[in-house]
Design a protein around this ligand. Sequence first.
Ligand code: TXD
Length: 320
Amino acid sequence: MRKKISLIGAGQIGGTLAHLISTEELADVVLFDVVEGMAKGKALDIAQSTSVDGFDVNLVGTSNYDDTKNSDVIIVTAGVPRKPGMSRDDLLGINLKIIKQVAEGIAKTSPNAFVICITNPLDVIVMALQKYSGLPTSKVVGMAGILDSSRFKYFLSQEFKTPTKNINTLVLGGHGDTMVPLPNHTTVNGKSLKQLVTENKITKEKLDAIINRTRKGGAEIIKFLEKGSAFYAPAAAGVEMAKSYIKNLKKTLPCAAYLNGEYGFKNLYAGVPAIIGSQGVEKVVEIKLEEKEKENFKVSINAVKELFEAAIKIDPDLSN
Ligand code: TXD
């Protein structure tokens, strides 16, 4: 029996998610949007490409949560994206209201789903989504680290002129300017970045510039697009998480997961390596961090905590 993935938000990322999931025949797809025509139009358009690409899945477009009921996976992109010059945090007010509505819809129709949140400001929105929906913390996770890590890998691959598949890395912490790319947990063709700096294969300045470009990766694309933000890479990252759940791959993926004491933090979401399998987030993997990395991680966590305090000011329900 094919699984069912509902996409709450049929915009740039939602539409790309629907197309990727369909061509991979990962699951039947329900595209949900408050702009019903957007959902219906994109579902019909992708459905009409089945004979070309030879995939066979059911696609539905709707603005009725009943059509999403008993979903195995729900991927949430409902919300507004940034405009040039805006920070991810500037989206808090409007997207918090939207996510409360979405959470109520999910709780009513798919309480057993694995929920992947993509809407920004990611770390706080995923926390709010879990609180508002009341779903278990292991079944609500945020997508950001895979995207940030893939940006970091891409920039390194351009620098070292090597395919991204020869690069392993990790980006921890919040999905914002305080995110923590980990050079000491990054290898290029099997060599650590530390070793490559020692061997003068890359200067410290160049590496810092790449880390900074990773942090600003979203804003760089927004500047080019002017209207809207990145959507191909975010959608690909969301599908990787959904696949690890549906196929029980137990991949260790950098995600915004609930911390219950790991890394010394409790009761909040942050970007950490997490094992995703058929039970959802099955384990948060604690890697050894150097003092500087621990410090940077703490700065990032504090930025998330601060923004969550701002969210509580907007909606005191979140303090429960
Ligand atoms: O790494 C990451 N997590 C980020 C996330 C990477 C890129 C983009 N990031 C954020 O994802 C972005 O800042 C936005 O907050 C979301 C969605 O971005 P997208 O580019 O897909 O935005 P669109 O194209 O505006 O689509 C959002 C859709 C749009 O069609 C609205 O009509 C719909 O959301 N929407 C709703 N759907 C359901 N329910 C409600 N209440 C609702 N309100 C708006």
